[in-house]
Design a protein around this ligand. Structure first.
Ligand SMILES: [Mg+2]
Length: 225
């Protein structure tokens, strides 16, 4: 029976894409920069590429936060201070969070069956704030944020840190749930933790492992393990 639930946060329990887009238009608007969908799409691509680089250990989180704006402004001939925009974006993001419908209810049901821990890459201030805004805080037994623990998913050291900081931990009772095959799946498998892909936007055709695309289905899988 599984009773240690290790949950990713972004795109697993909260709609990170929507929060990111909302924040992008708000922050650039605050600086008087006229943003449109094409600019946002380019930002998104730059950001995704830098995150993949971060997951490979090629860039720090601090560098990523500034470089994504500097690169965007450079490419699009926008005159703005990348540092200042990055700082404002970071600050604004603390207040913008959209939990997925049913996420809190899922955690409520699971909290009655075991312990829930968040395992998330990201900035500590933002992630703690999002957990509070989403109403998840009272349902969690712990929160592991890469910035606080010093390792990013999918580094095996992230998973090892989590395993060594949960009291009464047993790997066979743990299951990791996340949307990312490059960070969550690799991280869980690096130490042999069972993994379920949560794919709210549809299970990828080329994925043949355990997966759910809605919370009822996910709950059913978790309680049958
Ligand atoms: Mg995620």
């Amino acid at each position: 029976m599984k009773d240690i639930f290790l949950f990713d946060l972004d795109e697993t329990l909260v709609d990170f894409s929507r929060a990111e887009e909302t924040n992008f238009f708000k922050t650039l608007g605050d600086f008087g920069i006229a943003a449109d969908d094409a600019l946002y799409a380019r930002f998104h691509t730059i950001n995704d590429n830098l995150w993949r680089l971060l997951e490979r250990g090629g860039i720090s989180r601090g560098e990523l936060q500034i470089r994504r704006f500097e690169q965007l402004f450079g490419e699009c001939k926008i005159t703005a201070d990348g540092d200042a925009v990055a700082a404002a974006y970071f600050k604004n993001f603390e207040e913008i969070c959209f939990p997925y419908r049913g996420a809190r209810e899922l955690l409520q049901k699971l909290a009655a069956r075991g312990r829930i821990f968040l395992v998330t890459n990201g900035g500590a201030r933002i992630q703690h704030s999002h957990v509070r805004l989403a109403g998840f805080e009272p349902l969690l037994s712990g929160v592991f944020i890469s910035e606080e623990i010093g390792f990013d998913k999918p580094m095996p050291a992230f998973a090892r840190y989590v395993e060594s900081h949960i009291e009464n931990y047993a790997r066979e009772r743990a299951v990791w749930i996340g949307d990312s095959r490059t960070s969550d799946m690799v991280c869980a498998k690096s130490v042999g933790i069972d993994f379920i892909l949560y794919a709210a936007k549809g299970i990828p055709q080329d994925y043949d492992g355990p997966a759910a695309d809605n919370y009822d289905g996910l709950y059913g899988m978790l309680t049958a393990m």
